[in-house]
Write a protein that binds this ligand. Structure first.
Ligand SMILES: [Fe+2]
Ligand SMILES: [Fe+2]
Length: 316
C-alpha cells in the first residue's frame, strides 16, 4: 500500500481531530528519524498508522483483540487508551498490509513504552507526545527541546511526564512504563525524577495566581490541614456577578487541566452564587460578593493560618 492509499483509508477510520494528530505524529517522527539516523520511511508509516484503532469502541476493540489473538493483561483490558496500541499494531498488519516488525513494534509500544526500546519505538513514543497539534502542558517545551538533542534523555523525560500525568489523574501505572522509566534512568545514571508533581501548596498558589489574573476580588488562602481532613488549603474569592463566578471556575478548571489536574467535583450552590471546586488537597470557593458575606466561611475557619496572598501573587 502506498502512503497516499494508507492516508485515504485511515481518513475514513478516524475523526478529523485524530487524523490531523496522526499527520502531525507522522511529520514529527519523520523529522526525528532524519535527525537520529533512523529509517525515515518506517517512521512515517508508524507515525501515520499509530492510532488506527483509536476510534473503535472499547467492546469492539476487546472482541477484535480476542479474535485476533492479541494477548491482554487486566490493566489493558480495562483501559481503552492502552488497548488501541496493541490492536493498532495488528490492524496495521491486517488492514494496511504492513509486515515490517519494527514498524509494528513501534505502534505496539507507543503508549506504554518498554525497557530497551528500538530507536523507531522511541521516536514514535516521543513524536506522539510532542507533535505540533498537541495542547500546551507543563514540560512540553523542555521535551521538544530534548527531542532535538538526545533520544534517550528525551525518552526518559517523556516517560517521567507521562508517569506524573498518570499520578495526577489517580490512574494505575502499567508495569511496562515503570520498567521503561527505570531502564532509562539507570542507563543515564539519573537518580531522581526531573519533575515532581505539584504539592498541595503549589496547587493552591497556582489557583490564587489564576484568580488574580482573572480579576477575582478579595482572594484568601487558608491553611486548614491541621483543622480538617477535608483538604490542606481553602482558596476563597469573590466575584462581582454570577457570570463572573462561573467564568472564574471555568478558568481554574482550564488552567489546571493544562497540567493534567482535574477536580474531584464541581458543585454549584445557591444557583450560581457559590461554586465549590474540590481538588482533593485544596478546595476552591468562589462566591458572589453578598453570598460570601452571608455565609461568613472565613469566620467559621477563624483558626486557620492565613497565607500572604499578595506575596504569592507577586512572586515569580
Ligand atoms: Fe495512541
Ligand atoms: Fe497518538
Amino acid at each position: 500500500m502506498t502512503t497516499e492509499q494508507m492516508k485515504e483509508k485511515l481518513g475514513g477510520m478516524l475523526t478529523d481531530h485524530r487524523y490531523t494528530h496522526s499527520l502531525g505524529v507522522m511529520e514529527t517522527a519523520e523529522k526525528m528519524a532524519r535527525l537520529f539516523g533512523a529509517d525515515v520511511q518506517k517512521a512515517q508509516t508508524a507515525g501515520l498508522l499509530h492510532d488506527c484503532a483509536k476510534q473503535i469502541d472499547r467492546e469492539t476493540q476487546l472482541a477484535m483483540c480476542d479474535k485476533l489473538g492479541v494477548p491482554l493483561d487486566d490493566l489493558k483490558r480495562e483501559n481503552t487508551a492502552l488497548l488501541h496500541a496493541e490492536l493498532g499494531a495488528r490492524l496495521a498488519e491486517t488492514e494496511f498490509a504492513v509486515c515490517d516488525s519494527e514498524i509494528l513494534g513501534a505502534i505496539k509500544y507507543h503508549t506504554l513504552g518498554r525497557a530497551n526500546m528500538t530507536d523507531l519505538e522511541k521516536i514514535l513514543y516521543l513524536a506522539d507526545i510532542i507533535e505540533p497539534n498537541r495542547r500546551e502542558f507543563e514540560g512540553l517545551k523542555e521535551l521538544r527541546a530534548l527531542c532535538e538533542k538526545d533520544l534517550n534523555e528525551a525518552l526518559l523525560y517523556g516517560l517521567e511526564l507521562t508517569i506524573a500525568h498518570i499520578g495526577r489523574k489517580g490512574r494505575i501505572l502499567h508495569t511496562q512504563t515503570m520498567e521503561a522509566e527505570a531502564f532509562y534512568r539507570n542507563l543515564l545514571h539519573k537518580e531522581a525524577y526531573h519533575m515532581k508533581p505539584l504539592d498541595a501548596f503549589e496547587k493552591a498558589k497556582k489557583a490564587v495566581k489564576v484568580l488574580d489574573a482573572k480579576k477575582a476580588n478579595d482572594i484568601a488562602l487558608l491553611k486548614v490541614s491541621d483543622l480538617t481532613i477535608l483538604a490542606d488549603y481553602f482558596v476563597i474569592c469573590s466575584a462581582n456577578s454570577t457570570t463572573q463566578v462561573r467564568a472564574l471556575a471555568d478558568s481554574i478548571e482550564e488552567e489546571f487541566e493544562k497540567v493534567g489536574i482535574i477536580p474531584l467535583s464541581r458543585e454549584g450552590k445557591q444557583g450560581l452564587n457559590w461554586i465549590l471546586l474540590d481538588y482533593g488537597d485544596f478546595i476552591l470557593h468562589i462566591f458572589y460578593q453578598e453570598t460570601r458575606e452571608f455565609y461568613g466561611l472565613e469566620k467559621l475557619w477563624d483558626d486557620a493560618e492565613k497565607m500572604d496572598v499578595d506575596k504569592i501573587i507577586n512572586e515569580l
